[in-house]
Design a protein around this ligand. Structure first.
Ligand code: ZN
Length: 237
């Protein structure tokens, strides 16, 4: 890049902006910027196709443009940001093929995971899953959306751990970032409905019903996939 880019390097005095403290963090600045932008993309705050300008991000983070450029390159390698030499950077679009492939794989892995959990859950594990079920049902009944959101996320992790196959847990982790991103962009997501599906899987696992647990877990992911397929018809290029 040329010297004219240096003009934008003056830090802004935006103290109300939580991101602005990043410039003084111990962590290397480009990593901190990449972490924060990644989080915004994976949580769905930055939507597929949103423009990411170096100037805008540098201002938001109160840093110079160099670490922002570095951060965007890192996210490009990860496949969640696209950089066009003329148009600049934007949040990558989710291609429908990619979504299909990930959902297909995730459905099988979740199904396997639930089957293993139902097979291998000991008394201690059953107690833990029972507590999750109880907490979730209570939050659902009380309409505590935030608690329920947290428990919904916890659910997939607990089932994976209860399956007691470290390699399967590893594969799920590899897919986690992509699925989190896909799920965050799911339209009309119903948290209570999601919990009810999770609760049914939990009950099957606790009752050691391998077949039911695996069928319900597979259907759960496939249904999410169908919702998302409708959405990508609009955003896909
Ligand atoms: Zn789920």
């Amino acid at each position: 890049m040329t010297d004219e880019n240096q003009k934008d390097d003056t830090p802004t005095q935006d103290n109300d902006n939580a991101w602005a403290s990043i410039g003084s963090a111990h962590k290397s600045i480009n990593i901190a910027v990449a972490d924060t932008v990644r989080e915004a993309i994976l949580s769905g705050r930055f939507k597929p196709g949103d423009r990411l300008t170096e100037v805008g991000l540098a201002k938001a983070f109160d840093v110079s443009r160099n670490p922002v450029r570095e951060a965007l390159r890192v996210l490009e390698v990860e496949g969640i940001v696209e950089i066009n030499p003329r148009k600049g950077a934007r949040v990558a679009l989710l291609s429908s093929e990619e979504i299909e492939e990930i959902i297909e794989l995730r459905a099988e892995l979740e199904s396997m995971s639930a089957r293993f959990a139902a097979r291998r859950c000991n008394d201690e594990g059953r107690e833990e899953l029972g507590k999750l079920l109880e907490d979730g049902n209570r939050a659902d009944a009380d309409g505590e959306v935030e608690v329920l959101t947290e428990l919904n996320q916890k659910f997939h992790n607990e089932i994976a751990m209860a399956g007691k196959n470290r390699f399967l847990v590893g594969f799920m982790k590899t897919l986690h970032e992509k699925t989190q991103w896909i799920f965050a962009n799911r339209p009309e997501f119903n948290i209570a409905e999601n919990w009810k599906e999770h609760a049914a899987i939990l009950r099957a696992v606790i009752e050691a019903d391998e077949e039911l647990a695996s069928v319900l877990a597979k259907r759960h992911v496939e249904d999410i996939g169908k919702d998302i397929a409708k959405f990508t018809e609009v955003t896909d290029t």
